[in-house]
Design a protein around this ligand. Structure first.
Ligand code: COS
Length: 385
């Protein structure tokens, strides 16, 4: 379908696709199998000037919007969601700065990110605070010109690899979520350490670790915005990132459809290619229809965000929910079309099915997405007569 992309958007999409098909796809099985962090591919992305898409030009980026971001993420996910997650998680770490950082903070952290010299990470989740983001227990206590942080962050993408981490911690315990604040903590700061590399079902090229903060002392100018704004910083960060998760889902599902359709053309049963059987065509038809619907919604929400609306929480949740549920089903169906072959690690769709699962979980589970949409609807309809 023609989505009326500008010439610049088409070029960006082509560039990211080229990296996905020429650099990522040939080695994605190895990255998955051996759990290799994709440093070389990140270097290719940096060389192609793709690390600063959403970073403003004055901080060394391309100054592009959500639409361009989703086009790049979709293309990279056609190659490998593990690699694409690594790239996307770096922006997740940067959103608090992009949205709420001071000029000095932006000038310090964004130019090296845009050049691809450093990675970012975003740390909210804790052992006892997952879906219940307001239940975090990590604390940040002011001590003269410093803050001292204590606590443990869990399942943090890029942790240990990222040079800077945006950390959400309580500056006022009594106020709970409303006493949360956001900080930048550097990998080399005293008192920060990282847990072991987690063994995951999918996205195994990406790295997931704990961040352990033990009397981690950071200068007070690492506070993002002001004390007490951490929960809002978090929610807005996630609102901005969720169309990206949807784009990963669309790219992944498209790749699964391509594999299944190409297989169905070649695979002969009952004396004919299995593509000629309606039972198989129906599975492919459902996949293609659902993928196109998710892509259209992803682009529509991205363009909506680029129009700078005041509130986009509902739309961010809707697109994440729809596209990632779609990708789970599409990858299951791709395995089904390919039957025994699909179940074998020799073929890429079993990895795609494993990779799809996390999309329904990270950046807010799809159960939480429904809650968020429900709350927004409740608010909307209670205003209507
Ligand atoms: N944008 C701006 N403000 C928001 C917001 C948003 N998207 N969502 C909530 N807020 C505000 C609320 O308006 C409220 O403000 P007031 O204190 O002024 O009333 C405050 O934040 C607290 O909101 P709420 O009472 O709804 O908080 P809850 O503790 O009930 O949490 C959910 C709500 C479930 C939405 C939140 O915990 C959440 O998003 N959880 C999922 C976390 C997640 O995605 N984790 C993934 C790991 S990070 S990759």
């Amino acid at each position: 379908m023609d989505y009326l992309l500008t010439e610049e958007q088409q070029m960006l999409q082509e560039l990211a696709r080229q990296i996905a098909y020429e650099r990522i796809k040939p080695i994605r099985a190895q990255l998955d199998e051996e759990e290799i962090f994709p440093r070389d591919i990140l270097a290719d992305l940096a060389q192609a000037d793709l690390c600063g898409t959403i970073v403003p030009e004055e901080f060394g980026g391309l100054g592009l919007g959500c639409m361009e971001n989703v086009l790049v993420l979709e293309a990279l996910a056609e190659g490998c969601v593990g690699v694409a997650t690594t790239y996307a998680a770096s922006f997740l770490g940067a959103y608090p700065l992009l949205l709420y950082g001071s000029e000095d903070q932006k000038a310090k952290y964004l130019p090296p990110l845009a050049k691809g010299e450093v990675l970012g990470a975003f740390a909210l989740t804790e052992p006892q605070a997952g879906s219940d983001a307001g239940a975090i227990a990590t604390t940040a206590v002011k001590d003269g010109d410093f803050y001292v942080l204590n606590g443990t962050k869990q399942w943090i993408t890029n942790a240990g690899e990222a040079e800077f981490n945006t950390i959400i911690a309580l500056t006022d315990r009594a106020k709970g979520a409303r006493g949360a604040s956001a900080f930048v903590v550097e990998k080399s700061d005293p008192g920060i350490s990282f847990g072991k590399k987690e063994k995951k079902m999918g996205i195994r090229a990406s790295v997931t670790r704990e961040i352990i903060l033990e009397d981690c002392r950071i200068p007070k100018d690492r506070l993002i915005s002001r004390e007490g704004l951490g929960f809002i910083v978090t929610m807005k960060t996630l609102d901005n990132a969720r169309p990206g998760a949807a784009a990963l889902a669309v790219g992944l599902a498209q790749s699964a459809l391509d594999e299944a359709a190409n297989f169905a053309k070649e695979r002969q049963q009952f004396g004919a290619p299995i593509f000629s059987f309606q039972a198989v065509q129906h599975l492919l038809a459902n996949m293609a229809t659902q993928i196109e619907a998710a892509r259209a919604l992803t682009y529509a929400v991205a363009r909506h965000l680029d129009s700078k609306p005041k509130d986009y929480t509902k739309e961010g949740a809707m697109v994440k929910l729809f596209a990632t549920d779609m990708a789970m089903q599409a990858t299951i169906d791709a395995v089904q079309v390919m039957g025994g072959h699909g179940y074998m690690r020799e073929y890429p769709v079993e990895k795609m099915m494993r990779d799809a699962k996390i999309l329904q979980i990270y950046e807010g589970t799809n159960q939480i997405m429904r809650n968020v949409i429900g709350l927004a609807l409740n608010k909307e309809y209670s205003k209507k007569k």
